[in-house]
Design a protein around this ligand. Sequence first.
Ligand code: GLU
Length: 372
Amino acid sequence: MTRQAPTRIVVKVGSGVVAPGGRLDLDAVGGIAREIAAARDRGCLVVLVSSGAVAAGFRDLGLGAMPASIREKQAAAAVGQPRLLAAYADALRAHTLVPAQVLLTADDFDNRQRFLNARHTIETLLGHALVPIINENDSVAFDEIRLGDNDRLSALVASAIGADLLVLLSVAPGVIDKTTGKVIAEFTDTDAARAHIDVSKSDTGVGGMATKLDAADIALEHAVPVVIAPGRPEGGADPLAPILDGEAVGTRFPVPVDKRGPGARKSWIAFSTQTRGAIIIDDGAARALRDKGASLLPKGIVSVEGRFDVGAPVEIRTNDGALVARGLTTYASHELERVKGSRSDEIEGVLGYAYAPEVVHRDDMHVPGDTA
Ligand code: GLU
């Protein structure tokens, strides 16, 4: 099977890559910027999840090593995060790219509305050719609301934006075979990989290999393949380009067969979601959805049934009750009441804002009979 080159990826870099020993490594940051630019040049959008806020800041607190207390971590991150972003901004400028910072907490994933807001923000940034750089909002996050590690954060982001690859770059070269000491190029499941790691041994990063495999589980569950690779490979070669070419770098986890294919997400929408209401559409819109692979626009909406929030799974039906599709709505029911029948370019005038021209984007929709 030939692998299609990825077009939207999430790359996570660990603290040990960008701020080893508590000092920002501008060469490493420059290398990441160069790789992001090269990926973009070949038509692949990159969302960067970068650790390093705590590592790049703790020395200013007079500490000689990574802090253990939550308060010191928060304070260190408050120093280190702007420093980290400034370094990325400098490095990206050389490639005429501009970074955009998105700081998230666990809450942003638990609360559907905030989750969709974050997703919209990332999508909008990508749409404007900006480079989203994401980290956990460490200086306000405390224990209970912390995601804790950026491996997990990057897997959640990759799943949320429907990335076609998650690359975890760290100081580890990949999953190392317990007996031969060599990197294993591919695993079909993460449990087999777990057999090779020593969970008691924590490495320099926050996460270590165990959290990388947990993150891989999240991504694979959402049909996002994962590569765990060295961020500072020996010889200094940039790891990303060969990874995008499908070369064996680090350890790759392909998506399990039962989760594979463009239909995976749509079948999740079709079969695993409980609808919260319905959008009733006219015959023209029904034809556009059924025959033309179109998204649902406000123009085609006749009425709205039920009360639902942004992101809710809804049925899309015609006036006579025939089911046309199921999908995730971009707008809440009260917003749809106001924009129904309007053209997409009128949404902003009616609501005072617009999330998107589509009410239900085709990517968020399952039309029975569709093959994808
Ligand atoms: N958010 C933390 C930082 O920027 C790192 C967490 C992690 O590496 O998993 O320092």
